[in-house]
Design a binder for this molecule. Structure first.
Ligand code: FES
Length: 225
């Protein structure tokens, strides 16, 4: 299960129990949440989305408004993320660049893996980004929807909920997930990166392994079946 507490935010007033927050949430309150901390707002959206089928009408409305606000932030980001800045962050942040507005991780796609990717239908929509050396993996686990964080020690993505593991480009390595992480198309124009969250490609089938990347250190969570 995901943790019961939200991570610390710059505003102490936002540090409240998850259940309390979800019960009390109102559309107007969300505007304040988003303005103070877009990252926190993203976590709220993730939690609301995970309550699929259990959301009250008010929570559904709140989710709709929150997603619209995040979409606006994403469009803003699209104009501002330079490829050089992303690569620099990837280097300084141990291999991963997280975009809360695109709800995805950008990682380096190795040039030597390109010939293998070019022969696979599920990589076709991603080729423009791969040729720029970048791939964007959706943060949502294709098993039951938990957010999948990076594991710096193994250099994989490892899901805290049921232990699914994916290599650094989102190809499934272990656990109960039915496929690799879904991806978004990436393009680069004039040195500026766009992650097109309207163009999501389903993750590759189990067994696809274009990079051959093995775990590079200890795992953060155990693999499960
Ligand atoms: S939700 Fe990720 S392994 Fe189940």
């Amino acid at each position: 299960m995901p943790p019961d507490e939200f991570p610390a935010t710059p505003n102490d007033a936002l540090r409240i129990d998850r259940r309390q927050f979800l019960v009390r949430i109102t559309p107007s309150g969300l505007a304040v949440v988003h303005e103070r901390s877009p990252e926190f707002a993203q976590r709220v959206a993730d939690l609301l989305e995970a309550r699929d089928g259990e959301r009250s009408p008010q929570q559904s409305k709140a989710l709709e408004l929150l997603e619209a606000a995040l979409e606006r932030a994403e469009n803003h980001d699209k104009r501002n993320i330079k490829k050089d800045d992303i690569l620099s962050t990837i280097r300084s942040n141990g291999g991963f660049f997280y975009s809360s507005s695109a709800r995805s991780y950008l990682t380096v796609y190795p040039a030597e893996a390109l010939p293998k990717a070019k022969g696979l239908a599920e990589y076709e929509p991603l080729l423009a980004g791969l040729e720029e050396g970048l791939i964007a993996s959706y943060q949502k686990c294709p098993h039951l929807g938990c957010r999948v964080p990076e594991c710096k020690s193994s250099q994989w993505f490892e899901c805290p909920c049921h232990g699914s593991q994916y290599n650094r480009v989102g190809e499934k390595k272990a656990g109960p997930a039915p496929r690799g992480l879904d991806r978004f198309a990436v393009t680069v124009a004039d040195g500026v990166v766009t992650v097109d969250t309207a163009a999501r490609t389903e993750g590759p089938p189990i067994g696809v392994n274009t990079t051959g990347q093995e775990a590079e250190g200890p795992h953060c969570v155990g693999g499960g079946e």
